[in-house]
Design a protein around this ligand. Sequence first.
Ligand code: DGP
Length: 114
Amino acid sequence: MDCIFCKISEGKASANFVFQNDDIFAIRDVHPIAPTHILIIPRKHIPSLMELDGAEGSALISKIVSTAVEVAKKVSLSDSGFRLVWNVRSDGGQTVGHIHLHLLGGRQMKWPPG
Ligand code: DGP
């Protein structure tokens, strides 16, 4: 399977890691749109949020979000705040077909998003 996030997870492509454990890793986005732009990614290949289901899916979402919060603390975004973004499929702007959560910080975010 030609998936860049699987390759990074397996050490077959390089990335700037901020965190990793057996289930999840966090890397700096290669095209940052904020001073801090980190992707929280499960090692398991799941194409989008739409393919997550059941208790296992709920548990994984919980782990991804709690990891994002821990990473936000680690990179000193607790006080200033941050935004978590999940792009889903085409209209959501998803470009990599492997679930990932964006952690954005270091500047004032705008609303509504583009
Ligand atoms: P999305 O558009 O939500 O699917 O976000 C995919 C993000 O992944 C996008 O912000 C750019 C980032 N990205 C794509 N390829 C690579 C890569 O090889 N390394 C890293 N670090 N980030 C990547």
